[in-house]
Design a protein around this ligand. Structure first.
Ligand code: SF4
Length: 341
């Protein structure tokens, strides 16, 4: 365990606050900082200061709409929307009227983005249709969260009105999922090539993940210019095959959020955590995902009726921790179609 008294620790904090890129070894040193130590609070304090000054006190809310529920054939072990989980046996697609109502709710409350999530086998053309429809009725920037895509599909997302895409190489990719890390990275390259803003999070973090695995994904985000990254923990849905590992606490998430913030340096426009909680808001996070519709963490088809946190609660948490959710987003400054109806 590393202590705040070690000169090496102080050097790393100063280097990070100076916005000098950390090395992998320096990040691994920070991963040795234990919870409930002075060093941990010094780490969080540094991350907090970096974010507040770099993001101008802005609290971001990117409103997640899960468009469909189905027993997804990809069977990622941490996801409740799988065949194997056997929670959802039928396909449910939320109606366009419902999706429009959610989008308007998000806009009314000043959401900074709409993140449209689909399961792995959802028809891509349908996602484009939803994007085109929402583009007509709201100016809130659209972000896609879908399967791996080609350059042609990336351009189709742009044409449909999306300005960005959330995409992650998940912790345990290729072991807990059937997907290949190289293919996930290729999609990140596609997003950067076609001009879609790339949004990321290191997820779904659990106690079983090694410091090396976690740090590797923090650097993937920094080195490929993610608009934001951060930390999301794995939530064990009832009957999850990952239950035997337990879950990390919100405080542990805050520790990881802080390390990830120091690694990101001057690259990001925001720093995220999920699910929404206060501790990370003083450890470098300023971005929440209020949730409605399908969620891979929930046993309810509509997470608004389950564990999803609404936008008003997210914004209240941010105000209580002195982030301003109603000021202008920093994430979409460069997005040409974000302001165009
Ligand atoms: S994480 Fe996505 S691809 Fe994997 S099982 Fe869940 S919905 Fe399917």
């Amino acid at each position: 365990m590393i202590s705040e008294l070690e000169p090496r620790f102080k050097e790393i904090l100063l280097k990070a606050e100076d916005m000098s890129p950390l090395t992998g070894n320096e990040a691994l040193t920070l991963m040795r900082v234990g919870l409930h130590t002075k060093a941990c609070y010094a780490l969080m304090e540094a991350a907090n200061r970096m974010s507040r000054s770099q993001f101008g006190g802005k609290g971001e809310n990117h409103f997640h709409i899960g468009l469909n529920v189905e027993p997804c054939p990809m069977d990622c072990l941490f996801c409740s929307l799988t065949r194997k989980a056997d929670i959802f046996r039928e396909k449910i697609e939320f109606s366009m009227e419902q999706v429009i109502a959610w989008a308007k709710q998000a806009e009314t409350h000043g959401a900074d983005a709409l993140n449209l999530m689909t399961t792995g086998a959802y028809p891509f053309e349908r996602l484009l249709e939803v994007g085109r429809m929402l583009r007509k009725i709201t100016a809130v920037p659209l972000v896609a969260n879908t399967r791996d895509i080609s350059h042609r599909e990336g351009e189709a997302l742009l044409d449909a009105g999306f300005v960005g895409a959330y995409h992650a190489v998940r912790l345990g990719e290729g072991k807990d999922t059937p997907l290949k890390r190289e293919k996930r990275i290729h999609t990140i390259q596609v997003l950067n090539d076609v001009g879609l803003l790339w949004m990321n999070c290191v997820e779904p973090a659990g106690p079983e993940h090694s410091a090396e695995e976690i740090v590797d994904l923090m650097f993937l985000a920094r080195d490929n210019g993610a608009v934001y990254s951060g930390i999301m923990r794995r939530i064990n849905f009832p009957g999850s095959p990952m239950e035997r590992f337990g879950m990390i606490t919100e405080l542990e998430m805050a520790r990881l959020v802080a390390i990830s913030r120091l690694v990101m340096g001057d690259v990001p426009k925001a720093h995220c955590t999920h699910e929404p909680h206060s501790a990370s808001l003083i450890a470098g996070a300023n971005l929440f995902f209020p949730e409605v519709g399908a969620s891979p963490r929930d046993g309810e088809a509509d997470t608004e009726k389950g564990r999803g946190t609404g936008i008003e609660i997210c914004q209240k948490m941010q105000r209580e921790m002195e982030w301003d959710p109603r000021s202008r987003s920093n994430c979409f400054e460069m997005a040409p179609s974000a302001a165009v109806l």
